[in-house]
Write a protein that binds this ligand. Structure first.
Ligand code: DQA
Length: 143
């Protein structure tokens, strides 16, 4: 089984970007943690990041043919993108949404996520550990 870990805009700067909110881990650290957890369940994973909305849409389309599940941190597009939601609605496997920060504790414009109306589960505010926790749950969903 293969799980995509998709990341939206500005997450390439993780580790350097507002560490008081997002912590010091980089995307490489997150990928390594997810790979450990996934591997213990015999699952493979691939992490992808792009700053462009269309880039995530394209990757979700690709996932329709290649991936069994999607873990996604849509970042700012969570709060704005019907296109991402529509793309995820064409994907048949489980979708888990991750936010590093607790979006409900922050500005009101972060409280709503279009992606959450499709996600099978949402993790917010567990820091970068949320990705590995999502992977653990994904393994259960893919059993
Ligand atoms: C985020 C929360 C979003 O509101 C923000 O735009 C991000 C990151 C998070 O992981 O906490 O870029 O998705």
């Amino acid at each position: 089984k293969l799980v995509y870990i998709l990341n939206g805009p500005n997450l390439n700067l993780l580790g350097k970007r507002q560490p008081e909110i997002y912590g010091h881990d980089t995307l490489d650290d997150i990928e390594a943690n997810c790979r450990d957890v996934a591997g213990s369940f015999g699952i493979d994973c691939e992490l992808y990041q792009t700053n462009s909305e269309g880039g995530i849409v394209d990757k979700i389309h690709e996932a329709r043919d290649t991936a069994d599940g999607i873990i996604i941190n849509p970042a700012a597009y969570s709060h704005t993108s019907v296109a991402l939601l529509d793309a995820l609605n064409t994907f048949e496997g489980p979708v888990l949404e991750v936010h590093i920060s607790n979006i409900h504790k922050r500005e009101s414009f972060r409280h709503h996520s279009y992606v959450s109306t499709r996600a099978d589960g949402v993790i917010a505010g567990f820091g970068t550990a949320g990705y590995a926790l999502a992977m653990r749950h994904m393994a259960t969903l893919l059993e």
